[in-house]
Ligand binder design. Structure first.
Ligand code: SF4
Length: 412
């Protein structure tokens, strides 16, 4: 049976390429912990310890729970653990963990609600009749609350709280509740409970039988889609900073290679040089373009002025000539102006709005230019059109003339 976990599916959903590295190519990378996952593991262990003792009728004091947490922290901490946010130290995170546990303990003491059925359980939920696919079930704490009511508890050390609607759509615990439903004959209801330790907050959700059956089908469809796909594109998000495969990912590999180089060597890297040169050239091109456009505008004005002064309409250069022809253009009041509203009223008044409403201002100019309407209507419309003279410049090659003697008939 091919078993898929929630994190395996999430891995595909967040980045198919990461999924390929982890689950298809099974690339072995030194599993570097981030401080966030390290803190999460230590908090889970401490709560597991608390509830394991309760199974043996022993209630640990909060100090004992904290002592266990700190012992495990010291024992497992190593310098390779990554702290992405450099503003904080390991000590900050350790103290956060202590606070999470103290708050949790205070809120739930004396821990006498329900019977513990399982801690950090490991099971598989079959997804199809053929037994080809299964879903990995790992419940932080499974509780029997009596009368067919069960609770699936999950501890979270996230630094942000989800919205209730996100939890109502959460796949992980819903799949766990599907397993619980199939596990116990007296089953009536399963409550999904998340403990957001950083906020000392508990959030709940619940699924109907129909929702769970739909979910089972969706999960199976997704697994079959993953099994069938041959494309695993990279999906760059902020999660990349926590990705163990950055060093081999085409989106980041070059940056990772540069990270270890000293500055003088870094600047000699051919990739760095190419990018710097490309950006510099592109900026130069854009600056040139801007300058050239400004220069062209000035030359255009100068040509118009030249034509007016010299009373010519074509100006000759060494290889090209430029004809400068005035043409009429009509400008109407812009959108959202008072004049525009008055113009619309007028068009309505004369029953012509439909004729131009799906046309643009150029069409309206066309009406004036071609004088297609009744004379009276054209006159009223003309009041809104501001006439101005513009110049259109066109460039073409001119052939040089070779001036010889006047033609006087065929030679004999
Ligand atoms: S670094 Fe980002 S884009 Fe690359 S594999 Fe990891 S998650 Fe995907």
């Amino acid at each position: 049976m091919a078993t898929f976990s929630h994190s395996r599916l999430s891995s595909y959903e967040t980045c198919p390429l990461r999924y390929k590295f982890a689950y298809i190519d099974r690339v072995k990378v030194e599993a570097e912990d981030t401080v966030e996952t390290f803190l999460g593991s230590r908090a889970h262990e401490a709560l597991e310890k608390l509830y394991r003792n309760l199974q043996f009728e022993r209630l640990l004091s909060v100090d004992e729970v904290l002592a266990f947490f700190n012992r495990e922290w010291e024992k497992n901490w190593n310098e390779a653990i990554i702290i992405v946010n450099k503003e904080y130290t390991a000590e900050n995170y350790r103290k956060m963990g202590e606070r999470y546990l103290k708050d949790y303990y205070k809120r739930h003491k004396p821990f006498d609600k329900g019977k513990i059925l399982g801690l950090e359980t490991t099971n598989t939920l079959p997804l199809d009749k053929e037994g080809k696919y299964g879903f990995y079930i790992r419940i932080d704490r499974l509780m029997d609350m009596g009368e067919g009511v069960y609770e699936v508890h999950d501890y979270k050390t996230n630094m942000s709280l989800p919205k209730q609607e996100d939890l109502d759509k959460d796949r992980q615990l819903a799949m766990y509740s599907l397993w619980v439903r199939e596990q116990f004959q007296d089953f009536k209801k399963v409550r999904l409970v998340w403990h957001f330790l950083a906020f000392d907050k508990e959030m709940e959700s619940f699924r109907t039988k129909k929702q769970l059956e739909d979910l089972r089908k969706d999960v199976l469809d997704e697994i079959q889609e993953i099994e069938a796909t041959e494309k695993f594109p990279a999906n760059v998000t902020r999660l990349c900073f926590w990705c163990l495969y950055r060093g081999m990912c085409p989106e980041w590999k070059h940056e990772v290679e540069l990270e270890d180089k000293p500055e003088n060597e870094y600047l000699q890297d051919p990739g760095v040089k190419l990018v710097d040169e490309y950006v510099k050239t592109k900026n130069e091109l854009e600056n040139h373009k801007r300058d050239a456009e400004a220069k062209l505008e000035k030359l255009k004005d100068a040509l118009i002025a030249f034509c007016e002064k010299e009373e010519v309409s074509v100006v000759f250069g060494s290889e090209n000539k430029i004809s400068v022809k005035p043409y009429e253009s009509v400008k109407f009041p812009p959108r959202n102006s008072e004049e525009r509203e008055t113009l619309v009223m007028l068009l309505k008044d004369i029953g012509k709005l439909n004729e131009v409403s799906d046309l643009d201002i150029h069409a309206l100019s066309g009406v004036l230019k071609n004088r297609k309407w009744e004379k009276h209507d054209i006159e009223r419309l003309s009041e809104f059109g501001i006439r101005e003279t513009k110049h259109r410049l066109s460039i073409s090659k001119h052939e040089k003339q070779v001036f010889g003697p006047p033609y006087d008939g065929p030679s004999s």
